[in-house]
Design a protein around this ligand. Structure first.
Ligand SMILES: Cc1ncc(COP(=O)(O)O)c(C=O)c1O
Length: 415
């Protein structure tokens, strides 16, 4: 198997192209539109969900848009792993160097331990899962490549390849399929030579879960086309049943790439720490790009991530108590709201709520915020008009209070 490294081999000529990018002084287009010397328009679509979050997250009273399992304090983390919560002596002797460039051996071993077949050499540490995704797309995708993105998903997985000039095809997940991909439709999109299939599993925003048999079927489609298969697995560990940890694509497909991180299932978004688990040749190609935008992650972040992952059973047990308890609260609420319907999530921290009201999802969310202080995310931010997304994995008291206020809001719409 050989990676098509045209892109990485081209680092040098890409730099020359970049240097030639210019905008005429009288050009009043936003700076995310750039024109290169060949008059090729370079553009990246604004990130719908992140823009919504940035605008409202700090203004709302009850955040039901949050996608992390209720975040931990360092003190709570130390208590969970059985350490003295006043003892930060491990940190005091830590020298503030760049640390191990690709992530410490200790951390990469702990990350590899979350997979069945990955070793340290298959892991590279990144600035969050967001950094991992960016690096995978930048490394593998070139202009003109075919990329198939299964949507709704995290916007990186289609807007980045579009910005690179790839031919991005979207496969829409549908409510009537339980928000699982239709494999016949996927087969039609994944033509021979397709460079990459990208999806999020467990899914944000729907909470759908692709289990091993279907993942294997998608891998088979990828294999027939010679495609890489990127699974954004940042919600891995939050399944509603069993151990909570579903199969990773990295463990079942020779061209499978898993991205994940500490933010969601592990409740440690503040570490800004993620990773890529992939065949070694991908890790090597990624590290050429990574030298330009990461160097390393912080040594303190590396330390706490390793600690949490070494005790991941305990951290995940706490997460399951929250996600499983809260989903059952939410299920009762949905059952009593005549204007709301859903496909009940099987994993993750979010659900799409379909509402029966004559207003756009943004109007719904802004009115809800103004009247009650409760924050949802409008479906329009993820091309799912007619739905709002709830993040239900925060503090149960906030969820209960918030849902009661939403009930009042919905009742007023019928008056
Ligand atoms: C599917 C998905 N991928 C990646 C991210 C970014 O995660 P991180 O905080 O690890 O960068 C998010 C955050 O919402 C997400 O939902």
């Amino acid at each position: 198997m050989s990676i098509d490294i045209d892109k990485t081999a081209n680092v040098w000529s890409n730099c020359v192209d970049d240097a030639a990018l210019f905008m005429p002084a009288d050009d009043d287009r936003p700076l995310n539109h750039k024109t290169d010397h060949k008059d090729h328009l370079m553009y990246i679509e604004p990130f719908g969900v992140e823009i919504w979050m940035n605008e409202w997250e700090t203004k709302c009273a009850l955040n039901l848009a949050e996608t992390c399992v209720e975040s931990l304090t360092i003190k709570e983390l130390l208590q969970i792993v059985g350490k003295n919560d006043t003892d930060l002596s491990d940190l005091l002797t830590m020298k503030m160097t760049y640390g191990a460039i690709e992530g410490s051996d200790r951390l990469r071993a702990a990350i590899a331990g979350t997979y069945d077949t990955q070793a340290r050499q298959n892991i590279i540490v990144t600035h969050g899962t967001i950094g991992a995704n960016m690096l995978v797309h930048k490394t593998l995708v070139a202009a003109g490549d075919r990329v198939v993105a299964i949507v709704p998903t995290y916007q990186q997985h289609y807007s980045i390849p579009v910005s690179i000039g790839a031919d991005v095809q979207q496969l829409q997940l549908r409510e009537q399929d339980g928000f699982l991909p239709n494999l016949d439709a996927l087969r039609e999109l994944v033509l021979p030579g397709t460079k990459l299939i990208a999806l999020t599993n467990p899914n944000n925003p729907t909470g759908a879960l692709i289990e091993r048999p279907m993942l294997e079927a998608i891998a088979e489609i990828a294999r027939a086309a010679g495609a890489w298969f990127l699974c954004d697995e940042v919600y891995r560990g939050t399944d509603q049943q069993g151990t909570g940890v579903t199969t990773s694509i990295a463990d079942i497909y020779e061209r499978g790439i898993s991205t994940a991180g500490m933010s969601k299932a592990y409740s440690l978004a503040g570490l800004r720490l993620g990773w890529i688990a992939a065949p070694q040749e991908v890790i090597e190609a990624v590290s050429i790009h990574r030298d330009y935008d990461t160097i390393s992650v912080g040594v303190i972040d590396d330390h706490f991530a390793a600690l949490a992952l070494e005790h991941r059973d305990k951290v995940l047990a706490r997460s399951h108590t929250i996600t499983r308890g809260n989903l059952s609260l939410l299920e009762n609420w949905v059952a009593n709201e005549t204007r709301i319907s859903w496909v009940k999530p099987r994993s993750g921290t979010t659900a799409l709520l379909k509402y029966d009201l004559p207003m756009s999802s943004e109007e719904f969310c802004v009115a809800l915020l103004n009247e009650t202080g409760v924050m949802f995310t409008p479906g329009s931010a993820m091309n799912m008009e007619g739905y709002v997304r709830i993040g239900y994995a925060n503090n149960p008291e906030i969820l209960k209070k918030g849902l009661a206020l939403v009930s009042g809001f919905l009742a007023r719409q019928s008056e």
